[in-house]
Ligand binder design. Structure first.
Ligand code: FE2
Length: 380
């Protein structure tokens, strides 16, 4: 018996050690980014949102309910679209004309042309939203163009450091195109690890702002969490308001509903366009506190007070258990009930704000393709 116990204990130690070293080797992958050190750490400590070595939400989230999540995970929801989303390849002029245009690149990625400048929110053009292929969420629908086809971008704005929002390959390519990066406190550590020059990175706290060319870029609050290796919360999660001389736009980032939307709406009256997340929530209330349900996305748009809303964060990565089309259908229903002006563009479609927009419910007529394209993720 004693021999058996010693043997079992040795096997357990061997498994634990192997697992530890495997994880350590995986974490060496540069995609996991860097850790805030020295001056950056001092900057974090100076933030009133950084307490006990991590950033905190203004309104704390409720605890996860394990059994609610298990029940939802075991459900038979249809989590993948029946066929690929229609794609439109965007066309860009060499110089950016005045006005406000938006192109949804899928998920939370939106390219905005505002008052003569190109701003790319959360550019994520990679195939997978995690470096370990076997467990990575893969795209169900591709972006409308390849990285190498992108036009010159003035500013890249990152909401937080999760893989589906901060993509190393996209960042490195956009750096080559000459973009300047705006991120929340601490996120710069990842960019520095990827050899982005410090002079090209502006790190801001909630309430912070930066003048950039003809734009003012405001870092605003969100209710979420962060970390690429764990839920370390050592970098800040954010939303953003970009103001030009004639137009303004809001990007919600990943967030739960909280009074921060009202505060942003009061500080920035008359926002022209809100880009608000609607998908990847759970039935669990703890989950909803950091990934709001569509009815709260509409509520948050009302609090922001923007003129029109473009729903984001749905249909590309399957990161939760709800049916694939539930976020957009609940958003459309809630917008109708609340008399909210909504635009639901196809991936890659250019929306010109201020011009008549024909809204199509294009996702309702998706069909299974005769032959499934490779890497489309539409296979079960
Ligand atoms: Fe996130």
């Amino acid at each position: 018996m004693k021999k058996f116990l010693i043997g079992s204990f040795s096997v357990l130690i061997f498994i634990m050690t192997s697992l530890f070293f495997t994880v350590m080797i995986i974490f060496q992958d540069p995609e996991f980014g860097g850790n805030p050190k020295k001056e950056r750490k001092l900057l974090l400590n100076s933030s009133k949102n950084f307490k006990e070595d991590s950033f905190q939400n203004t309104v704390k989230k409720r605890n996860y309910d394990f059994w609610v999540n298990i029940r939802e995970m075991m459900g038979d929801q249809i989590r993948r679209p029946p066929g690929p989303f229609p794609l439109i390849k965007p066309k860009f002029d060499k110089t950016v004309s005045k006005g406000l245009r938006a192109i949804w690149f899928g998920h939370a990625s939106v390219l905005v042309e505002i008052d003569g400048y190109r701003v790319f929110f959360d550019p994520m053009l990679s195939e997978a939203a995690f470096p370990v292929n076997t467990i990575a969420p893969k795209r169900m629908n591709p972006p409308p163009m390849k990285l190498k086809e992108l036009p010159k971008i003035d500013a890249v704005i990152i909401s937080h450091d999760h893989f589906d929002h901060l993509d190393m390959k996209s960042v490195k390519h956009l750096d080559k195109l000459g973009a300047h990066f705006f991120v929340g406190l601490g996120v710069g550590a990842h960019l520095e690890k990827w050899k982005i020059k410090l002079s090209k990175i502006t790190e801001l706290d909630w309430g912070g702002k930066a003048r950039f060319k003809g734009l003012t870029i405001h870092c605003t609050e969100a209710r979420h969490y962060s970390g690429r290796k764990s839920m370390s919360n050592d970098s800040l999660w954010t939303s953003w308001v970009v103001k030009g001389p004639d137009h303004s736009v809001f990007h919600s980032g990943d967030t739960g509903f909280s009074p921060h939307f009202k505060k942003i709406g009061e500080r920035f009256p008359g926002i022209d366009l809100s880009l608000i997340k609607v998908g990847d929530y759970g039935m669990d209330l703890g989950w909803q506190d950091i990934h709001m349900i569509p009815e709260n996305s509409i509520r948050s748009h009302k609090h922001i007070g923007a003129k029109i809303m473009l729903p984001i964060h749905w249909g590309v990565f399957q990161l939760s258990y709800h049916p694939w089309n539930e976020p957009i259908e609940r958003t459309v229903a809630s917008a109708k009930k609340n008399n909210i002006k909504l635009i639901t563009p196809k991936i890659g479609e250019t929306i010109q704000i201020g011009k008549p927009i024909k809204n199509e419910f294009w996702w309702r007529s998706l069909k299974k393709p005769k032959t499934l394209p490779k890497d489309s993720g539409t296979k079960e």
